[in-house]
Every structure is written in C-alpha cells, then in structure tokens.
Design a protein around this ligand. Structure first.
Ligand code: KG4
Ligand code: ZN
Length: 403
C-alpha cells in the first residue's frame, strides 16, 4: 500500500512478478503483472465518521515480539476483560535460547486459536472489538510480522482502527493498568531480556532516556550467567530460584558503574567475574546457589543505586519497574525498602504482567486509540524502534479504571 498525494491509501504493486502461467494461460515464464484497482481505499474512520466515538470500546491486544504469544482485551471503562498467554519456552529449551524462525512459526500456529480462546473467556465476540493493537517493535522481525499481519487484517475485516504498539511502552504502562492512582510524572526502570533503561516519564508518550545499558541488558545478564552455570533456559527465573538457597555474602561481586556518576549500566563485566568465580570453585550445588545469590545481589544493588540517582536527578518521587526482570522478588523487595526509607513510592505490575503479555499491548493501544491515534492500512513492523520518538499523549486523561 502507498499513500496518495491526497493522503488516502492506494493499493499498489510496484513490480512485476514472474510466475508460471495459469493452466491454459500464457507461455511458461511470461511475466504476469497482477492488476490491482488503483482506486483509493479509505481508512476505517474515513468510511465511518462515527468511528471515533466507538473507539473507547474493547481493544484486542496482540503480543508476538519474541517467544510468548499473548492476547488480551482491554476496555478503558471496564478494565481488563480477558487475557491469555502461550509460552514457547518448551519449544526453545533444547536450543538453550530463542530460535527466531521457530518462534515465528509457532506464533502462526497459536495466535488465532488464542484469540478465539481469549474472546470466549471474556464472553466477547469480534463484533465487540472497537480496535486492535499489536506489538510493532522492537523484537524479532518474523515474530512481529505474525502479530502485525493478523492484527491489521482483523482490524480491516472488522472495519475498526488498528495501532502498532511499542513493546517497551507496553511494559512501561503495565503498572498503570491496574492502579488508578498511578500516573506520570515518574521514573521508569525498564529491565527485560533486551533492555535496561531508566526513563523520565513526564506524560504518556513523553519519554526521556536517562540511562541505559552499554552492553548486556539485565535479563540477558541473568540468562547468560545462568547458562554458564548449567541452568536451563530461560535462565533468569531459574537463577533467581536457586539464589533463594544461596548464602548472602558468600560471593561478593562488584556493582558495575556505581563508583562514578551517571545513569548508564554495564553488566557484561559482572558476568565474566561470575564465570571466573564459578570456574575456580568446587562447582558443588551449594556453591552454585551461593554464586547465584552473589550475582543476583550485585544486579539488584546496582539497579537500586541507579534508580535512586534517577529519582534524585529528576526530583520525582515515584518509581515504576517493568519488564521481565521486574518479576525478580529480591529486586521488588529492595526497591520497596529503599522507597520506604526515602518517603517515595515504587510500583510494579502484577508478576504475570512483568514478563511479555498481551494485556500491556491492549492497554497501551487502547490509550493511543482513545487519543485518536491509529496506523495506516499496512502492517508495518520495526525490529529497532526508539521509544523517545513516540508521540506524546499529554496530560493523564483517559487512563482507564483498571480492573
Ligand atoms: O520482558 P520479558 O518477558 O521479555 C523481553 O521483552 O525481553 O523479559 C524476559 C527477561 C528474561 O531475560 C528473563 O530471564 C528475565 O526477564 N526474567 C527474570 C525473572 N523473570 C524473568 N530475571 C530475573 N528474575 C526473575 N524472576
Ligand atoms: Zn518484553
């Protein structure tokens, strides 16, 4: 699809295709130029001017950026109507990490049944949907295309608007989904398998990057360290579980980049320190748990120190934590303890909404659709996408009531 000079969308096919001629047709190998109508295709809201008033209805959210297929329905008035998740962990476990092509194929297999299941569990039909939101990036391109293709096609068929959501904005807004008292300004710590970022959030969509990792993301460091110590994929939760049995202080690792000013992180050197300590050790089960505890404490302390710095630097008193590593119980406890000491507050999404899920995409999409934003008729994805480039929604209006 391309956009014509008048702003309407036009079907187009800019190149010819060589394919075998249909039975009884042209000579084999002759170029076939498909004929598509050149008539402008209006966007849903152009076809139906009342569309905008229907935008606050239930929004279907689709998450397929990596190895979880997530689907949910969020309504800004009624809250979360339904959500379901299918994890590909078992599929990738034997390879010790996510295999992108297998991930895409499994999303293809699971997405439509999961949408049907989610709607049925919420007592909904597709006719109840007022919009569709899908993760458009960042993530694995093939995996993203599955959700974007299905989401965009469904919206087109239902004649409702669709929006591509930034995966990390989904994570960032997840704590707000069920907490009506929570709204910007706040500092957000986003810690997932691909990101470690501190962000000043002045309004929804108004994101200033304060600091980020210079090498491995926090979740990546958890996963790689766990793998080095022979733990199964995905390493983060396994390492955290093992650390519960470890003795604090038996192994003490450095708190990277906390000895100098700044809000950036670096976890790669810490990972190497842990590897050396592990290789030199007796590699017993007790030692494995002690090393895991030493590593977890180092990451948690480092994140906590940088969060306090970010709060000091911005003069804000609310911290929100999101992304898979936000499910780490020691991190949650440490940040809660520090917030209580400072007189500020820290908020997390429920555990299931720290890691990838469809609810956060439905919620972020519902907010943007309610503000009148939507995407065109193409299913565009962005494997890399700077969150600071997102348009601001300004103010805090229309953030919904949560469940
Ligand atoms: O947000 P997420 O589900 O996916 C990405 O967007 O990356 O985050 C997954 C990351 C993985 O690296 C995983 O090991 C880590 O979050 N993770 C944890 C815990 N649960 C998940 N890391 C530490 N402790 C946990 N309890
Ligand atoms: Zn994520």
């Amino acid at each position: 699809m391309i956009r014509g000079r008048d702003g309407t969308l036009q079907a187009s096919f800019p190149f010819s295709v060589r394919e075998t001629a249909p039975r009884g047709g042209r000579e084999f190998g002759a170029p076939v130029v498909p004929r598509f109508p050149r008539t402008p295709i209006p966007l849903p809201e152009e076809r139906d001017p009342k569309r905008r008033s229907r935008m606050n209805k239930a929004v279907l959210g689709i998450e397929t950026s990596c190895d979880e297929t997530g689907v949910a329905v969020y309504d800004l008035d009624a809250g979360l109507r339904a959500h379901a998740l299918y994890s590909q962990v078992a599929l990738h476990a034997e390879y010790g990490g996510v295999v992108p092509e297998l991930a895409s194929r499994d999303h293809v297999r699971k997405l439509l049944p999961l949408i049907r299941q989610t709607l049925a569990e919420g007592g909904l039909s597709v006719a109840d949907l007022g919009g569709v939101a899908y993760t458009a990036g960042p993530g694995l391109i093939g995996a993203l295309l599955v959700g974007a293709g299905v989401g965009r096609a469904l919206a087109w068929a239902l004649d409702v608007p669709a929006i591509g959501v930034h995966h990390m904005e989904g994570h960032l807004l997840a704590p707000l989904m069920e907490d009506p008292d929570l709204h910007p300004p706040f500092v957000a710590l986003l810690v997932s398998g691909g990101h470690s970022q501190l962000i000043a959030v002045r309004a929804i969509g108004d994101y200033e990057l304060l600091g980020e990792t210079l090498d491995d993301a926090a979740g990546e460091a958890f996963d790689k360290t766990a793998k080095m110590m022979g733990l199964p994929y995905p390493g983060g939760p396994h390492l955290a579980k093992l650390a519960e049995q470890g003795r604090p202080g038996a192994f003490v690792f450095s708190r990277p980049m906390t000895d100098r000013p700044g809000l950036d992180f670096s976890f790669s050197g810490l990972k190497t320190q842990v590897l050396l300590a592990w290789q030199k050790s007796d590699r017993s089960d007790t030692t494995r748990a002690d090393v895991a505890r030493g590593f977890e404490d180092a990451v948690v302390d480092t994140l906590a120190i940088k969060c306090e710095r970010a709060l000091d630097a911005t003069g804000m008193d609310t911290l929100i934590v999101a992304g898979g590593v936000g499910a780490n119980l020691r991190l949650r406890a440490k940040l809660a303890e520090r917030a209580a000491k400072r007189g500020g507050r820290v908020r997390f999404p429920r555990l299931a909404f720290c890691t990838d899920n469809g609810a956060m995409i439905a919620y972020a999409g519902a907010l943007r659709l309610a503000a009148g934003q939507h995407d065109g008729a193409t299913a565009d994805v962005r494997p890399r996408w700077d969150m600071a480039a997102l348009p601001s929604l300004g103010g805090n209006a229309g953030m919904g009531n949560g469940e």
